[in-house]
Design a protein around this ligand. Structure first.
Ligand SMILES: NC(=O)c1ccc[n+]([C@@H]2O[C@H](COP(=O)([O-])OP(=O)(O)OC[C@H]3O[C@@H](n4cnc5c(N)ncnc54)[C@H](O)[C@@H]3O)[C@@H](O)[C@H]2O)c1
Length: 321
């Protein structure tokens, strides 16, 4: 049983491969990534170095937008499960370069769905995002509500990818499960994410740009809970053609998050107050009843523990960077 993990060199992908390796079994894991420059590719190479010597892992450096390469890869490695984590993530960056999001998140996802259509794939986890929910959706967000219009090209690209996944299931029987993670954080998280930015600024004594009054709240979810949810979705019954939230159901205001980081560093942040951004949802919060019913998913890591875990990692990796 070969599992293909796209974006396997990235933050979530590399953690998920490590989780797979910790599970019993001897199946192959194909780690597919093009090591793009959205952030420093050296960080992605360091992620992959954690498992690239494991004989179960095959690292493939290639874009999943390459139609012929994907058909060949599915055949060559006998791919039976796909965990599609690759793509461009980042709400604000998508306003600057929307076409990259369309290329990777929409065309790239369809390319993989097409390769899966002509292979005996048993499960295809299409990793979407909480950004598919528009600003008019009731909080907490329920999966089967009308999603509305996302605020960013990133959210729109994920909605489009989800629609293609649903279509591929209905027309071709590709066994797609749509997972919607909410603001994932933890060791090795992307440098463009808020917690990482705050930690870097506080550590270096530089100001933090705070957009609005700090009341914007995010349903921060620890990487280990996300990996547990993804793992469950690979084997659970009754999940194909479902959309499922993977969140925490405990939104944290940005000002609270800053306070937690200050506490860990024992140092006050220098806050540079800026006007609020129209692209920011005021709050995100996952309804988790469906995830619990279908996946037995219950997030375990409280925010204070998760921030402590992140800051410990941040401090320990610093001299090497
Ligand atoms: N981190 C979060 O808070 C979060 C929240 C919700 C959803 N997600 C989704 O989870 C997935 C992983 O996010 P992440 O935070 O680990 O991001 P990441 O940027 O660390 O990982 C994505 C990886 O995909 C690779 N990639 C991009 N385009 C590719 C292509 N065409 N071919 C091959 N590889 C390609 C990148 O090089 C990168 O290593 C993304 O789909 C993202 O939208 C993330």
């Amino acid at each position: 049983m070969t599992v293909l993990v796209t974006g396997g060199a990235g933050f979530i992908g590399s953690h998920f491969i490590e989780r797979l390796l910790a599970e019993p079994g001897d199946g192959k894991i194909v780690c597919l990534d093009n090591f793009n420059h959205y952030y420093n590719p050296a960080l992605k190479r360091a992620n992959v170095a954690r498992f690239s010597r494991n004989p179960r892992v095959i690292v493939v450096e290639r874009s999943f937008c390459d139609v012929h390469a994907m058909r060949h890869l599915f055949d060559l490695h006998g791919v039976r499960q796909v965990v599609h984590l690759g793509g461009y993530a980042g709400v604000r960056a998508s306003m600057v370069a929307p076409l990259e999001y369309e290329e990777s998140n929409v065309r790239g996802t369809l390319t993989l769905l097409e390769a899966a259509r002509t292979s005996p794939v048993e499960r295809f986890l299409l990793v979407s995002s909480s950004t598919v929910y528009g600003p008019d959706v009731a909080v907490p967000f329920q999966e089967d509500t009308v999603l509305g219009t996302p605020l960013s090209p990133y959210g729109a690209s994920k909605q489009a990818a989800e629609l293609l996944g649903e279509m591929s299931y209905r027309q071709h029987g590709v066994p797609v499960v749509r997972l919607r993670p909410f603001s994932v954080y933890g060791p090795r998280m992307r440098p463009d994410l808020a917690l990482h930015i705050f930690a870097t600024a506080i550590d270096e004594g530089r100001p933090i740009a705070l957009f609005g009054d700090g009341s914007v709240a995010r349903d921060l979810t620890h990487i280990s809970d996300i990996c547990t949810g993804l793992l469950a979705a690979l084997s659970a019954d009754g999940v194909v053609n479902q959309a499922i939230n993977l969140g925490h159901h405990a939104p944290v205001e940005v000002r609270q998050l800053i306070a937690l980081v200050e506490q860990e560093f024992g140092r006050k942040a220098i806050v540079d107050q800026q006007p609020g951004l129209a692209i920011d949802m005021p709050v995100t919060c996952a309804d988790l009843s469906k995830a619990e019913r279908l996946l037995g998913y219950r997030p375990q890591v409280a925010i204070a523990d998760g921030v402590r875990d992140f800051v410990a990692w941040f401090r320990q990796q610093k001299p090497a960077s």
